[in-house]
Design a protein around this ligand. Structure first.
Ligand SMILES: Nc1nc2c(ncn2[C@@H]2O[C@H](COP(=O)(O)OP(=O)(O)OP(=O)(O)O)[C@@H](O)[C@H]2O)c(=O)[nH]1
Ligand SMILES: [Mg+2]
Length: 382
């Protein structure tokens, strides 16, 4: 069985489509659309334009209204776009209906993120995680009757003329079990290697906030840094030397993003589990981002999902060298009085950060012990 489907998005031109409904405000919707454009850029897709619609609720047939579908079709024709990227999550039937009506490939936000992951995964572990994410996403979208049928085809993202409805299921479930077992083995080896000699600290946070930059600034990790979403899929760990004379193992993680489907989070458990098992989390946030508080909420929610919300956490407001951060700081300090303010890029505030980490980690004589509340890694609910 093939391990991974190469992404098919490179060199494509897209129209972005967004439906604003329910409780979403205009500002949130605009930020979400800007994020989708960033995701498209990360995937190497040119954006030819965007179309937004307001409705009370989505339509069953196309998600957006029929008139809007025609408008999207005309925009594709006019701009030569060969791809439609939806900011909202669509049902397989809606994708199918749009494909058939418009004759243009349609991807929703989640599929786009999965394709970025597929392109960026380098290590064996990350590639297994991506395949697992793709399979779990496909399984989660199959109607029950199809889920119970037998599966005989290949795996991977939906290709031209191929719909999730045509996929059948038993070998997928077998493959999912195989991949989970492989991941557990890789993870166990890693944990065994470290043998919890050092206290474990995980860097967590929204994507593109500067986690890898901070890892580099605090250690000599030389982790990959890029002004793109999901720069890090292959995470690094490095020893951090604290002023107390103590050392701790600092680990980077995959960035979080809003509306990340649960199946995908579960697939990235082996890196996220590190966060759940850590002795301390450094929650890094971009203080200059206009939606920093929403980003923090996404991170809090995701940590709860992976049972990491009981791990002691230091909130680190990064990018404080930026003028936008200066403006936001008074408000952020009221919201998060215990947060530290730093600039990982300018290496500002790192001495105080190390001091605070040392205080949280405790004196060198204290052996580190995992909290009883950490979840059982064998007990994967996905
Ligand atoms: N101005 C400023 N930019 C920063 C700072 N820290 C990081 N950046 C920039 O922010 C962008 C993202 O940095 P990364 O370290 O790759 O962020 P990340 O959180 O690891 O991102 P992902 O791995 O994609 O989730 C890069 O362009 C960095 O140069 C900072 O303190 N100030
Ligand atoms: Mg990174």
């Amino acid at each position: 069985m093939k391990t991974i489907t190469p992404p098919k998005t490179a060199g494509e031109k897209a129209i972005l489509v967004q439906l604003i409904w329910g409780e979403a405000t205009r500002e949130q919707a605009a930020d979400s659309l800007a994020e989708l454009e960033n995701l498209a850029d990360t995937a190497g897709i040119k954006v030819a334009g965007s179309i937004t619609q307001h409705r009370d609720r989505p339509t069953g047939q196309f998600f957006i209204g029929e008139g809007k579908v025609q408008e999207v079709g005309m925009a594709c024709e006019k701009s030569g776009a060969n791809l439609i990227l939806f900011d909202n999550e669509l049902s397989p039937i809606q994708v199918n209906n749009l494909d058939l009506t418009l004759g243009v490939k349609v991807l929703d936000r989640t599929e786009l993120i999965l394709q970025i992951f597929a392109r960026r995964a380098r290590s064996a572990e990350a590639r297994i995680q991506v395949e697992l994410a793709q399979l779990q996403y496909l399984v989660s979208r199959l109607p029950t009757s199809i889920k119970q049928a037998r599966f005989g085809g290949g795996i991977g993202m939906r290709g031209p003329g191929e719909s999730p409805l045509q996929l059948r299921n038993a070998p997928m479930r077998r493959r999912i079990s195989e991949l989970k077992a492989k991941l557990r083995l890789i993870q166990k080896r890693r944990v065994d290697q470290r043998q919890r000699t050092w206290p474990q600290i995980s860097l967590v946070g929204y994507t593109n906030v500067g986690k890898s930059t901070l890892l580099n600034a605090l250690t000599s990790a030389e982790a990959y840094v890029d002004d793109r979403l999901f720069a890090t899929l292959d995470t690094k760990s490095r020893l951090l030397y604290l002023p107390s004379g103590r050392q701790a193992m600092l680990t980077d993680t995959v960035g979080f993003i809003r509306n990340l489907p649960h199946g995908l989070v579960a697939s990235f458990r082996s890196t996220l589990e590190e966060a759940a098992q850590a002795d301390l989390l450094l929650h890094v946030a971009d203080a200059g981002h206009p939606f920093v508080t929403e980003h923090c909420t996404v991170v809090f929610d995701t940590l709860r999902e992976i049972h990491a919300d009981r791990v002691p956490t230091l909130l680190v407001l990064n990018k404080c060298d930026q003028p936008a951060a200066h403006l936001a700081l008074p408000h952020l300090r009221t919201l998060f009085p215990d947060a530290l303010t730093i600039s990982a890029a300018a290496r500002d505030g790192l001495t105080e950060l190390k001091q605070r980490i040392a205080e949280r980690i405790g004196p060198a004589q204290t052996p580190s012990a995992p909290e009883a509340s950490t979840p059982d890694p064998q007990n994967d609910p996905a």
